[in-house]
Design a binder for this molecule. Structure first.
Ligand SMILES: [Zn+2]
Length: 136
């Protein structure tokens, strides 16, 4: 597959910086949330240490869910950085067309163009259930 056609080196550098920064944040966040979840679980478990079916505490459950989200973001960021490294970044994985820089700037982990993501070019996302809706 040819390297991305629309992105200048400068734009690419900018996106790499953005991705690297987001990666650091997501990594730190997932780590601290997992510790939080674990701590909440340990605290909650004291009362029923022998009951392995004891439900997870609400605090722990929420921290786990947030940590899982952060991990997911981390994976998406790593995928984007890998696509940059192998020259596939910036092209829609579905139709092969270039993804608009505007879209990549808002969502550097985007893997599909506006059309394939089911978004209209000028309007805000309408939440048609497109996978990986914009998370800024
Ligand atoms: Zn597409």
């Amino acid at each position: 597959m040819p390297p991305s056609r629309v992105l200048s080196q400068r734009s690419l550098d900018r996106l790499v910086r953005q991705l690297t920064k987001r990666r650091r944040l997501a990594a730190a966040m997932s780590q601290s949330l997992f510790s939080e979840a674990l701590e909440a679980q340990i605290t909650a478990d004291r009362s029923d240490l022998l009951d392995s079916d004891a439900p997870m505490s609400a605090a722990s459950e929420m921290s786990y869910a947030l940590a899982a989200d952060a991990c997911d973001r981390l994976l998406q960021i790593d995928r984007a950085l890998r696509r940059i490294a192998n020259g596939r970044y910036g092209n829609c994985e579905e139709c092969g067309e270039a993804i608009a820089f505007r879209r990549l700037r808002a969502l550097p982990t985007a893997t599909s163009c506006f059309d394939c993501a089911g978004l209209t070019r000028l309007d805000e996302p309408e939440g048609v259930g497109a996978p990986g809706r914009a998370q800024l």
